[in-house]
Design a protein around this ligand. Structure first.
Ligand code: EPU
Length: 417
């Protein structure tokens, strides 16, 4: 099934259970490489990026077993290997293998990581941090090689709080010789999850104020069992679906605190938000109001991963809204489809000006990246007639059950070939 058909949906009603977090699971799977023995991860989402990471772990000698949402990773047979380009190109998270493999094997060869095309996504921060810890890099025909003797702890100052580069530095530092001080690091919840996992396995990581992480290298980490936290971006996607379509939805296991930036905006726009013993309840009927200005930013700012879904919501709101993309240089792929559906949007560089509300009429569309793909499904739910969305493997990279979860809420959509 490589397409999703969607019909106009008048309201979403019911409960939805939030899956485990992709962006927490992937670096934690890479972190298992640091641990000699068998780690067990639970609540792991069944998504294509996790399949891809399992494959990469197997290529470097790990035994990986999966049943339902539980994953065991046995690193007893770990060895250094050049990774095939095709696999590495499938996702950005391939780069999280770099720190652990340098730590355990002292050498890595891979191509540059792929992932969603959201503008420039270099790995210069990752390289510079590792170089300061004693790593040498060289170019290969289709990527790069890296090697080191034992990684050395040092003072590291990040030029920007990049999520991926923070993960690389932490993963390299936990078993390095001596102490690493990491200044200006990213504070996204997925970083907190990675540190919590590593601490439980025996890593020595302390936060000083809000500015520096101190990581004292240890010689050994021990195997543990760990539950992957809920996915804040999937929860946010369903909140945006409710805001776009209307109705009443209860999100079970939604990480409310991590979604404060989105919940504050939705509440100002007119969505009623409450809590009961089973989860977070969002409700609205009628028209929401637009927001004068929304800018995506580092945590706890508004997440860039919810910019596209929010853009869809704003097309259905009264008045003009302005959206500024503050993280990636090219994350407005869906604007051309929203305009073709009927939206009134002007976009210039990293700014979008939305005049709403506008009625949508269904059209054929193609997902071009993960979060934008999910946003197209939301846009199709508010469009009269049928929409067909192709290239849905992008969506399956991060959403375990987008179609069945929305169906469970009364959404009129289904898989098609
Ligand atoms: N950047 C550089 N050089 C680097 C690294 C980053 O210039 O070496 C720039 C990027 O080009 C970008 C900015 O720094 O403009 C932020 O990038 P960051 O490194 O923080 O992002 P990432 O690690 O590549 C992760 C998530 C993204 C999420 C961003 C921002 C994973 C696997 N990916 O990407 O999630 O949008 O942080 O929060 O954790 C998604 O899940 O769909 C997704 C794209």
């Amino acid at each position: 099934m490589n397409a999703i058909m969607v019909e106009k949906t008048r309201a979403l009603r019911g409960d939805v259970l939030i899956q485990g977090s992709k962006n927490a699971a992937l670096p934690i799977m890479a972190a298992c490489l640091l641990i000699d023995g068998v780690c067990t991860l639970t609540n792991v989402p069944q998504i294509l990026d996790v399949d891809c990471m399992c494959h990469l772990l197997k290529l470097c000698g790990c035994k990986v077993e999966r049943w339902d949402h539980t994953l065991t990773i046995d690193t007893t047979g770990l060895h250094c290997c050049p990774f095939p380009t095709e696999e590495v190109l499938q996702m950005r998270s391939s780069i999280t293998l770099l720190g652990p493999l340098l730590s355990r094997c002292g050498r890595v060869e891979m191509s540059y990581p792929g992932g969603c095309v959201l503008g420039e996504r270099p790995i210069d921060y990752h390289k510079s941090l590792l170089e300061q810890m004693g790593v040498c890099f060289w170019d290969t025909t289709d990527g790069f090689g890296a090697s080191c003797d034992r990684l050395q702890g040092t003072y590291l100052c990040m030029p920007f709080p990049s999520v991926g580069a923070t993960e690389t530095a932490i993963l390299a530092a936990v078993m390095a010789e001596g102490t690493t001080w990491l200044y200006g690091y990213a504070k996204e919840p997925e970083i907190k999850a990675l540190c919590a996992f590593l601490r439980k396995a025996g890593a020595n990581i302390s936060e000083f104020g809000d500015t520096v992480l101190q990581i004292e290298g240890v010689n050994r980490l021990h195997p543990i069992t760990w539950k992957i936290p809920s996915d804040r971006i999937v929860a946010g996607t369903y909140m945006c679906a409710l805001a776009a379509v209307g109705g009443k939805v209860r999100l079970q296991k939604a990480p409310e605190k991590e979604l404060e930036a989105l919940l504050t905006k939705l509440s100002r726009m007119g969505v009623t938000i409450s809590k009961d013993s089973l989860g977070l309840v969002l409700e609205h009927s009628g028209r929401l109001c637009g927001i004068p200005f929304l800018e995506t930013g580092i945590y706890p700012g508004f997440p860039t991963d919810l910019q596209s879904t929010m853009l869809v919501v704003l097309t259905q709101c009264k008045g003009m809204s302005v959206v500024k993309e503050g993280i990636f240089s090219n994350r407005f792929h869906i604007v051309k489809y929203l305009k073709a559906l009927g939206a009134c949007i002007e976009q210039e560089e990293n700014m979008a000006y939305v005049h709403g509300p506008t009625a949508f009429t269904g059209i054929p569309m193609k997902a071009e990246e993960l979060r934008g793909g999910a946003a197209l499904v939301l846009a199709a739910l508010v469009a009269e007639g049928n929409s067909r969305i192709e290239n849905i493997s992008y969506i399956k990279r991060g959403y375990e059950n987008l179609v069945s979860d929305l169906q469970g809420l009364g959404g009129r959509l289904w898989y098609a070939s």
